[in-house]
Design a protein. Structure first.
Length: 137
């Protein structure tokens, strides 16, 4: 699989750098006074400085109010539990607490949502079986 690239807006580069490198343990790549590249599990995510962020709408998914705009990584289950514990120990406020969604159904997954310091929603998830990532049944 090839790495993906995602750019997202932030209102504070220093808080963003601290969060992505210390809490999520992403390596920092190139940067300027207007943007920072991060290595997020082998994918290039880039924080771009903006004056203000837009309010994000939500959508109901399995009883949770999921931010319609969000990004993250599908981890292996062990990695997901490790990250979940690290986030809890960092006293991250979750939008949606770590839990199992669609239990016993196609697409059963561990999921959690939280905000970065600039209000961008992140979802990290793990599937019981990676063959279920795109499964309809």
């Amino acid at each position: 699989m090839r790495p993906f690239h995602l750019a997202f807006p932030v209102v504070n580069l220093e808080k963003t750098r601290e969060f992505y490198t210390k809490v999520l343990e992403c390596k920092e790549g190139r940067s300027s006074d207007k943007w920072i590249d991060f290595d997020m599990y082998g994918h290039q995510v880039v924080a771009h400085l903006v004056d203000e962020l837009q309010i994000v709408q939500t959508n109901s998914v399995d009883g949770d109010k999921v931010p319609s705009s969000h990004f993250g990584v599908i981890l292996e289950m062990k990695e997901w539990h490790t990250l979940s514990t690290r986030l809890k120990n960092s006293e991250i406020s979750f939008i949606i607490e770590p839990h199992i969604r669609f239990k016993g159904e196609a697409g059963e997954q561990a999921t959690m949502f939280f905000l970065d310091p600039c209000g961008n929603a992140l979802e990290f998830k793990a599937f019981k079986n990676d063959n279920m990532i795109f499964s309809k049944d």
